[in-house]
Design a binder for this molecule. Structure first.
Ligand SMILES: N[C@@H](CCC(=O)N[C@@H](CS)C(=O)NCC(=O)O)C(=O)O
Length: 232
């Protein structure tokens, strides 16, 4: 399937959802054209490819657009099943478990993280941080169960949950500077801390993930812009 394929990725360099797709493409060893988008001035191609949400990432495979990062991850795994590592396990029950944890990450980690990042009062921020740390604690347990002592959530190789969490990694690494707290530490999340080391050492992660300090500066700038536009 991979031979004559054309893959285009519409994204932005600072999007955790786009990082997921880039990670998946690099893990599979697939070539693609990266088409950087300006979200303040959306292109006709973006609007035509994702008319419902008008968001990136969008993967365009031989002219056909696929939207939503987790849908794209599964699509890549399905369309390129014989290329590189499989992201989802073969066993239906284990597939369901992997999907459960990806949903958990998006609901219980990302949402409180955004609250902690954008909160304009201390109380709201403290609550966001509390919920984010509770989610990280739960994910520490999930890593123990899913990995069964192996290096990744996916076992010996990087799987669906690894990619979903890995896409968020640069933001999580910048959390101390952006939200005033560290999500991972040796006392509470030793397994996740070791996972971060292993994940960031992957070739795919080195290519797909951005420089953390550059991302932190960008996020601070966007937050300041958002705060200004709310006050206006
Ligand atoms: N649930 C979506 C989230 C995608 C998303 O929020 N993308 C942002 C960039 S980080 C976007 O395109 N925002 C444009 C907008 O909201 O107008 C996914 O997983 O792909």
């Amino acid at each position: 399937m991979a031979g004559e394929d054309e893959l285009k990725l519409l994204g932005t360099w600072a999007s955790p959802w786009v990082f997921r797709v880039k990670l998946a493409l690099h893990l599979k060893g697939l070539s693609y054209e990266n088409i950087e988008q300006d979200l303040d001035n959306k292109s006709d191609l973006l609007l035509a490819s994702n008319p419902v949400h008008k968001k990136v990432p969008i993967l365009i495979h031989n002219g056909k657009p696929i939207c939503e990062s987790v849908v794209i991850l599964e699509y890549i795994d399905d369309a390129y099943g014989t290329v590189g590592p499989s992201f989802l396990p073969v066993d239906p029950y284990e597939r369901a478990i992997a999907r459960f944890w990806v949903d958990y990450i998006d609901e219980k980690l990302v949402i409180p993280w955004k609250v902690a990042f954008t909160a304009d009062g201390e109380e709201e921020k403290t609550e966001g941080i509390k919920q984010m740390l509770a989610a990280v604690h739960t994910l520490e347990g999930a890593l123990k169960e899913c990995s069964k002592g192996k290096p990744f959530f996916g076992g010996d190789s990087v799987g669906y949950v690894d990619i979903a969490l890995g896409g968020l990694l640069a933001f999580l690494q910048g959390t101390e500077e952006l939200c005033g707290t560290k999500p991972f530490d040796i006392a509470n999340t030793p397994l996740l801390l070791a996972w971060v080391e292993r994940f960031t050492a992957l070739d795919a992660a080195k290519v797909a993930l951005p420089d953390v300090s550059k991302l932190v500066e960008f996020a601070k700038m966007r937050r300041a812009q958002m705060a200004l536009s709310i006050k206006k």
